[in-house]
Write a protein that binds this ligand. Sequence first.
Ligand code: VTB
Length: 332
Amino acid sequence: MSVDLRISPEQVIERYLSMELVRVTERAAVCAAKLRGHGDEKAADQAAVDAMRRELNRLDIDGEIVIGEGERDEAPMLFIGEKVGNKQGPKVHIAVDPLEGTTLCAKDMPGSIAVMAMAGAGSLLYAPDVYMDKIACGPGYAPGVIDLDASPADNINALAKAKGVKPREISTLIMDRPRHAKLIEEVRKTGCSIRLITDGDVAGVIFCTQPEKTGIDLYLGIGGAPEGVLAAAALRCVGGQMQGRLILDTEEKRVRAHGMGVLDPNKKYDMSEMASGDVIVCATGVTDGGLLSGVKFGKDIIETETLVYRSITGTVRRIYGEHREFSKFQLD
Ligand code: VTB
């Protein structure tokens, strides 16, 4: 009996392209890292955007950016609706954050990454550049163990029960922002620990997928919506639970979101509504962090570390890169 080993057209997207995406985030990370610690967020972001666009345009894809750089950071664009790739391949939708944690990079603080997700057309939520209320935990729990609409205490108690530990043994991660004062106060009352981060909540959500390594069980709070979709895409690949709700607190935002297809402004999105189908997520470290090592510039080589997630198989690859031809790599 012969086995059909051919790869279906759908599989081509995530199988052949997963290595190609590594180059994209590697280049973005290296170009941003050259400006690490220079106090210039915009320059670092621009360098990452330019490198990412250049690499994306080399790919055999008919791609469209559905989540790009937005006006919140006044960032230079890889704008929503921008077409990328040489049009020689599959139609794909792409979410990018060429430099997630611009401030971390500018200040040379831990945790900035270059990150992107790619999926079949229509698979990623068109999230406007607004805030999103998010909750996430890792794999291994019964569906619905956490809920965005439950109180922090209820979520922590439910997670503790499911994990078989006391609530104070649960570790949470929250962005350190004045808007989270009440949330932090409520979480403190449960006795559990809080890791406060200044930026970088894509990695913050991903931390929940490996609590034994990262020490984080639960992500809570409000961060960027684009970052929410990128994190949901990564979680789709390795399991875990996540919900998000766009914060559309002005008429202008509601109209903008409506124009992007958000018909119910109060909708609670589940992870698989933010990223469905076959997804690849790729992230390269810019500065050293809990998820990835940052770019290292040696005398003759540049070293990078990249994670590639594939939803179809749940494979995660950690790719260490040594890049030679120094000047070519830098100028390319
Ligand atoms: C987060 C975080 C980003 O923006 O989503 C956050 O992941 C949310 O916005 O790294 P505020 O900074 O306004 O709170 C970043 O910190 C920067 O894009």
